[in-house]
Design a protein around this ligand. Structure first.
Ligand SMILES: *Cc1c(COP(=O)(O)O)cnc(C)c1O
Length: 371
């Protein structure tokens, strides 16, 4: 049987390296509720990412939902239609109204020049996404937020280890940022996530919110949720941190190889490369241009027939799903760039362990389809 190439594959260190962590957990008999592994991972992630405070979660979606609770967001929130559906679902779960604003044609992130026109008296926050790990226009977004007194919550699910223009963590921008540690992400804890926050007081509030609102045995401060990350997942994160730099370097090499091989394929355009050392190469999106004979969907099916499981991230747009499509901001006229990109985007396989030969054969299938 021919080997199937997935679009992504989880970072899985050798199993024998994980056994000692499991032995420690078994001995402690502490499986959850902020045990030793959980505490150690929060500290090591702060050190690795270069952030002050971080609270682990059972997944990224619960982190997003809790982040909105932590800041007491109400009314309308400006966000991007070009993302994974959880971005808007987190608003929905808080009874908030998403207001979709179009994306920038180069970065594919929320277009800061389009935000102000979407602000109403009900607007309380902006929730942008660092799509594919490419940093948003953080300075412009902050300027707007300061002018209109809005909070900024970054869905940074794709942005593990990404740096801003000044070499600091991208996660230090806005009021809060959230990460996802889902198995398909650059860094995973099977399922998991985190909120990055600027101060100890906010972290305490978030820690209470993720543990039912408990302050102590007999005091419940707020209607919290169960968002806690378990000890086995936290331990897996600790092990994975030992392998992450190598994994990121492998991703960088694959990214460079794609770019050099695809440069000669007419009708396939790579997105602008991130600044050297700032990007995490979480995805490898290309735009299938007008001139490519098969079109995007034709190429998608062609690659799948050749056992290359490419994905159309992000198609359909969030604003096209039935629970959002009747919103005033979801109309085609308000989102022309997102719509056009969503019809042309294709994400190619990228993960540590994807070999040079596999990348070469993927590009051969693509150029074969283009002839
Ligand atoms: C993966 C992802 C999420 C959700 O994270 P989970 O850990 O799967 O809940 C949210 N937003 C974006 C942009 C994502 O890619």
């Amino acid at each position: 049987m021919k080997k199937v190439i997935p679009v992504t594959s989880p970072l899985l260190p050798p199993l024998e390296e994980f056994i000692p962590y499991l032995e420690e957990i078994w001995q402690s008999r502490f499986l959850t509720n902020g045990g030793a592994m959980h505490q150690a991972l929060e500290q090591e992630l702060c050190d690795y990412l270069g952030v002050e405070h971080l609270s682990l979660f059972a997944n990224g979606t619960l982190a997003l939902i809790t982040a909105l609770q932590a800041l007491r967001i109400s009314g309308e929130v400006i966000t991007t239609p070009y993302s994974f559906v959880a971005t808007s679902h987190a608003l929905n779960w808080n009874g908030l109204k998403p207001v979709f604003v179009d994306i920038d044609p180069v970065t594919l992130n929320l277009n800061p020049r389009k935000i102000e026109a979407a602000i109403t008296p009900q607007t309380t926050a902006i929730m942008p996404v660092h799509c594919y790990g490419n940093p948003c226009a953080t300075r412009e977004i902050q300027r707007i937020a300061d002018t209109y007194n809005l909070k900024v919550i970054y869905d940074a699910a794709h942005a593990f280890g990404v740096k801003d223009g000044g070499g600091g963590s991208i996660l230090r921008h806005g009021d809060l940022s959230i990460l996802s540690f889902h198995a398909t992400k650059v860094f995973n804890t099977f399922e998991g996530g985190a909120i990055i926050c600027p101060d100890e007081k906010t972290k305490q509030r978030i820690d209470h919110l993720k543990n039912f609102g408990f302050l102590d045995e007999v005091t419940v401060l707020m209607p919290g949720i169960n968002g806690k990350l378990n000890e086995v997942s936290a331990a897996f994160g600790l092990l994975q941190l030992k392998h992450i730099d190598k994994a990121l370097a492998q991703r960088r090499q694959i990214d460079q190889l794609y770019r050099s091989l695809l440069a000669n394929v007419p009708g396939i355009r790579c997105l602008q490369a991130g600044k050297e050392g700032c990007s995490n190469h979480a995805y490898f999106p290309v735009l299938v241009e007008e001139g490519f004979p098969l079109g995007r969907d034709g190429l998608y099916h062609h690659l799948r027939q050749h056992d290359v499981l490419v994905r159309r991230y992000f198609y359909p747009l969030i604003s096209d799903f039935p629970m959002y499509s009747s919103l005033p901001s979801a109309t085609a006229e308000t989102l022309p760039v997102a719509r056009a990109v969503s019809a042309r985007i294709l994400c190619l396989p990228i993960y540590p362990g994807l070999s040079r030969q596999e990348v070469e054969s993927i590009v051969e299938v693509i150029s074969g389809a283009g002839r």
